[in-house]
Design a protein. Sequence first.
Length: 273
Amino acid sequence: MKKEFIKVTEQSSRHRHLEQMSVKEILTGINEEDAGVPKAVQEAIPAIEAFVLAAADKMLSGGRLFYMGAGTSGRLGILDASECPPTYGVPFDLVIGLIAGGDSAIRRAVENAEDDETQGWRDLQQFSISEKDVVIGIAASGTTPYVIGALRKCRENGILTGSISCNPGSPVSDTADFPMEVVVGPEFVTGSTRMKSGTAQKLVLNMISTSLMIQLGRVEDNKMVNMQLTNDKLVDRGVKMLMERAQISDYEKAKQLLVEHGSVKKALLAIGS
């Protein structure tokens, strides 16, 4: 018999009468709640590992990674996806974030967008989604129709799926091939899943994208050798990496090499290091 599904994320906060608290009491209470998030993520590592191993195989064979979510969950997916190209020098269409309601929902909520069970699959079809690709549904509640509907259609079409949720035994977990559940408990403000749940989702997304990029060869030693040189800070970081790796003592010489070739990786290949 299946265990009854309970939305832990909607349970009442352990803290009462927040409006009567001092600012210090509010901050301390939030911090105390946040302190349990890393432990919840740690407990989910076996599930995250299983997903990453399966996703890496797909991506090494030319597949893409899609994140799907609504509200905070969707925005976190878009954030993680948008940071992969500058950090790891991958194409902008390798990791793609989709949000219920489209790009306008990134800054302003689109009413009822998350309740459409069919729109998520239509959004994926705009990218010619296929069995080569991987899709992660992100839903703190684990009940978002936009996400669940998309994952269901993905599975019907042989597309590998994962999910990140903060309620145990949720519908989205039942729908995904690789469910990842990070149960952080009730929020400081009851039901405000942008808080602990959002933090947990961000940590898991960091783990997934970073480990996948390492598996794809976008990191050497502990360095972002393929990062894009989009500002002075990153150019300086790249110069110092190149100086260390190639044992170049002249900063300007290393900078010239870096700018000429466009990345630390390409500069090292050019000089045979």
